[in-house]
Design a protein around this ligand. Structure first.
Ligand code: F0G
Length: 454
């Protein structure tokens, strides 16, 4: 048995509470079977997301006390700006309040009605902003990318033939930008290789198309590049990061995942592009030297970016996830393989194969798992899609229940509790039925929609 080993110790704890089953039934019913609507007080292990809930280091906490506060021109901001430039080797930086704020600004500047944004896979908020600005998202993942059961080490790679064809068919001027997402979230936290990023970059550069990296899940992608990518074997984590950034025109990130628990930012090579984005920061985010973040957050980010370059820090999430995935595979429970970053992704398509996709199998599984364990996961499937203008359902390529592994938060015994409960649920999966919306918001419906048993 490959046991993950913590390279840190716990010095502050938060007490947990495991509600009784009848309390859990009441809670999930009131939440409309949507785990986003559960209250934290009703949750035992919160595996909804790693966003904003990764554990902080002692050095981050200490740095927060040294913050220099000011509306404009704080030392704290310049420390952060310099760190971003150093880590990514980029000339310009703009602060934002979180990842989707970067997406708003990038989309407003680069996406014109009728343009196309090819990407290795979409993320919910990314797609929403591109569509809002009149653009169309084209996912050009490799066929292996959406094979849930696979041994491919880089399922986040972009299909180069499809990218070339898309550019040929539409003309480069129709392409607003190409987006590569590190640690590709919605296909199970899967990385791309440095070679793939290099080739995508070459295609973009030869056609004058801006190349954008979503680095929110950079730390997982870096970890996998270091251990799986022949090209990265002799490079330091920082060297890999510099190389990745060099291949892109824009690197943006949600700091809720990368480096800290709040904030975000956009790093840019080119001055003219920087100026276009810059105008929108005071309009939507705040002054240029805080962008919606507090100085305490910015200080912790600065330290967190350095810690992202440390293998003993970034290997914790993926190693715990690999343990969980390997144990599930041993028990014959359907799960996305190979193990990725972010979390462990149960394959609802096979777990509850008796539930049709328009009854949201992954949503039903999320609700059932909470009920029998107090564990909160997140639906990542058809429920997370947006209806077509004609009201029909775009059935998702994958139906996943994501059990996120916030970095350095849960212990191995808690992971074993989760494994035990998932196994019980798998043995009793015939008990799980489908769901239908009784309250369905038009945009990002998975956040606050409510569902009932069919
Ligand atoms: N890009 C990626 C790849 C993300 O995973 C997220 C957020 C965002 C952008 C948006 O950033 O939340 O700071 O506005 N993912 C969270 C999740 C919400 O739970 O996976 P944000």
């Amino acid at each position: 048995e490959q046991i993950p080993l913590e390279m840190h110790k716990v010095r502050i704890i938060q007490k947990l509470f495991l509600p009784e089953i009848d309390q859990r039934l009441q809670a999930i019913t009131e939440a409309g079977n949507n785990t986003f609507l559960l209250k934290n007080r009703d949750v035992f292990l919160d595996m909804l997301t790693d966003s904003g809930v990764n554990a902080m280091s002692d050095r981050q906490q200490a740095a927060m006390l040294l913050a220099d506060d000011s509306y404009a021109g704080s030392e704290t901001y310049f420390r952060l700006e310099n760190k971003v430039k150093e880590i990514f080797g980029m000339n310009y930086f703009l602060p934002t309040h979180q990842g989707r704020a970067c997406e708003n600004i990038i989309s407003q500047v680069l996406v014109k009605p009728g343009t196309i944004v090819p990407m290795n896979y979409h993320f919910t908020t990314t797609k929403a902003h591109i569509v809002l600005n009149g653009g169309v998202v084209e996912e050009i993942f490799m066929d292996e990318g959406i094979e849930v059961d696979s041994t491919h080490p880089f399922k986040g790679n972009m299909d180069l033939d499809k990218l070339n064809k898309l550019i040929d068919d539409n003309g480069p001027e129709k392409i607003a930008f190409v987006r590569m997402e590190a640690g590709t979230n919605l296909i199970g936290g899967q990385p791309f290789s440095l070679e793939n990023l290099t080739e995508v970059s070459q295609i973009c550069r030869s056609s004058n198309i801006p190349m954008v990296l979503d680095a929110s899940l950079l730390s997982d992608n870096l970890y996998f590049m270091k251990i799986r990518d022949e090209q990265c074997k002799d490079m330091s984590i920082h060297e890999i990061t510099l190389k990745m950034a060099e291949l892109c025109d824009i690197v943006y990130f949600s700091a809720r995942k990368l480096s800290f628990a709040r904030g975000g930012g956009i790093a840019i090579h080119d001055e003219s592009m920087y100026k276009k984005f810059q105008e929108l920061i005071p309009l939507y985010e705040g002054f240029l030297t805080y962008g919606g973040m507090s100085v305490r957050e910015m200080e912790a980010m600065t330290v967190g970016l350095d810690e992202t370059m440390d293998m003993d820090m970034i290997n914790q999430g993926p190693q715990f996830i690999a343990y969980m995935v390997d144990e599930l595979v041993k028990k014959g429970i359907p799960v996305v393989t190979p193990a990725g970053g972010l979390g462990c992704h149960l394959d609802a398509m096979r777990f509850v194969s008796h539930i049709p996709q328009n009854e949201y199998p992954a949503g039903a599984l999320a609700s059932a798992l909470y009920l029998i364990s107090g564990i909160r996961g997140m639906e990542r499937g058809t429920m997370s899609e947006q209806r077509n203008p004609d009201g029909s359902e775009p059935l998702s390529a994958m139906e996943l229940l994501r059990l996120a592994m916030p970095r350095r938060v849960y212990t191995l015994s808690q992971v074993k509790y989760a494994l035990d409960r998932i196994q019980w649920l798998y043995e009793n999966r015939a008990l799980i039925g489908g769901l239908r919306f009784y309250e369905e918001p038009k945009v990002l419906r998975f956040f606050f929609g409510k569902l009932e048993p069919v």
